[in-house]
Design a protein around this ligand. Sequence first.
Ligand code: NAP
Ligand code: MG
Length: 481
Amino acid sequence: METFANLIDGEWTVSANASENRNPSDQTDLIGLFAQVNTDQVGQAIGAARRALSTWSLSSPQLRHDILLAASNEVMARKAELARVLAREEGKALKDALGEVVRAAHVLSYFAGEALRLNGDVLASTRAGVEAFATREPVGVVGIVTPWNFPIAIPAWKIAPALAFGNTIVFKPAAPAPHSAWMLVDILQRAGLPAGVLNLVMGSGAMVGGALVASPEVDAISFTGSVGVGRQIAAGCIGASPMKKFQLEMGGKNPLVILDDADLPAAIECAANSAFYSTGQRCTAASRLIVTDGVHDRFVDGLRTRMAELQVGHALESETDIGPVVDEAQLESNLGYLDAARKDGARVVGGERLNRPTEGFFMAPALFLEADNAMRVCREEIFGPAAAVIRVKDYEEALAVANDTEFGLSSGICTTSLKYARDFRRKSAAGMVMVNLPTAGVDHHLPFGGRKGSSYGPREQGSYAREFYTSVKTAYVGDAQ
Ligand code: NAP
Ligand code: MG
C-alpha cells in the first residue's frame, strides 16, 4: 500500500504515523496511507517557508505566472484522473468531481495572470516635490487550512493567489480527503516551485492548526471550515504575539425563496440542485426552501417527484447523481437531524439510510415539511442532503424569514417578477445572491464569501483575493538635498 508523504522544504518526508484514507462509497477500498506530521515537522515546514520567503517574495512575477500556468495545464490535461481521485476519496459524483477539477485549473490560470497584474497607486502628495505611492507586498508566510468538501478547488483558490503575490505557504488539508490535496501540491512542486515555498503538512487539525496559529513565523491564516474551528482560529490569531491577519469562510443556512409567480419546473430543478447535489455537502447548499402559499403544494409535489428520480449511489458510477455522505460520523449527524425535525413537529420525507452493493454511507435526500424557521433544522447547518420547506404568505414574509438566520453566505430567489428579484437582490443579508439560479455554483473569477456568522475578513477569489494575500505599503519619496 502506497504511503503519501508530506512536502517539507522541497523534500517528500514520511513520519512514524500514517492515516488510512478509505472510499466512502466502498469501505473495503483502501485508497492509501497518508503520512501524519509530528510537531517538529510542522516547525520545520514553517521554518522552510520563512527561509524561502526572502527570495520568493522578490521573485519575478513572470516566473510565478509560468509556474501557475504550467500547474493549470497539468491539472487540465489530467482532469479525468484527478476527478476519479476526488470522487473516490470524497464521494462526490464523478460529473461534479470533474467540474471541481476543471475549476481548480481555471483558478490556477486566473491567478497566473494576476501575478502580472498586481498594481498600486501613485498619488500626488500634499507636499510639493514629494512623490507618494501605495504598493502591495506579500503578507509573508501564510498558513492555509481547508475542509474536505471541495478538496481540490478550495486549496487551489487559496494557494494560487498566495503564490501569485509572492507569499510562501504551509498547507494543512482536511483529514477525510488528503489525496486530492496531495496531487495538487505534487503538480505545483513539479511545475517549478523552489524548495520551501509550498509545504504540505497532513496531520491532526488541532495540532497542526494550533501550531500554525501559535507560531510567530506565520504571518496570516486562511481557513475554510466549520464555525467552531473558525472561532478557535480567530481567538488564536488575535491572542498571538504579534497578532495575525486571518480570513475565515465558514458555515451556511442558505435560503432559497420560491414565489407564486416562479417558473415552477425551473424552481423545482433549482431547489433539487441547491439542496441535494454534492450530497448537500456544500457551504452554499440551500437548506431552507421558503415557499409562498399559492405554489407551496405544487412545489412540494414536484420536488418529491424529482427527489425520487435522483440516483444515490457509488460516486464513480456514471449514472450516480448523489454520492455517499463523507463518513459514518457525518451520516450519524445527518440522521440525528431527522429525529430533531420530527421532535420539533416537522413531517420528514425521505432521508433513510440506503443499502447499495458496496459498503458506503448512502442516504436518500430528505425534506422537512411544515417546518418553522425556529426549528433546529432551520437554525443549524446540517451539511447533508436535507432541506426544510417553510410556508410563507407573501414575498415580504419570505424575505424576513430568509434573513432570519445567524448565517449569510448565499441566498436565492425563484421569481418572474423584476420587482421582487430586484428587491431581494438588494435586501438579502447574504454575501452572494442568486436569481433563478441554484444557491451553489459560482464563477471562479468573482468574489466569494458571506456575511454574519458565515465569513470573516476579506473576500476570496477573483481580483478581490489580493486584499488578503497582500499588504499595502505607503511610501513618500522626497528630493535628496
Ligand atoms: P472543520 O471540521 O472545521 O475542518 C476544517 C479544517 O480545519 C480541517 O483541515 C481540519 O483538520 C482543521 N481543524 C480541525 N480542528 C482544528 C483546530 N483546532 N485548529 C485548526 N484547524 C483545525 O470543517 P470540515 O468538517 O472539514 O468542513 C465542513 C465545514 O466547512 C462546514 O461547516 C462547511 O460549511 C464549511 N465550508 C465552508 C465554505 C465556505 O467557503 N464558507 C466552503 C466549504 C466548506 P482535520 O480534518 O484534520 O480535522
Ligand atoms: Mg470536520
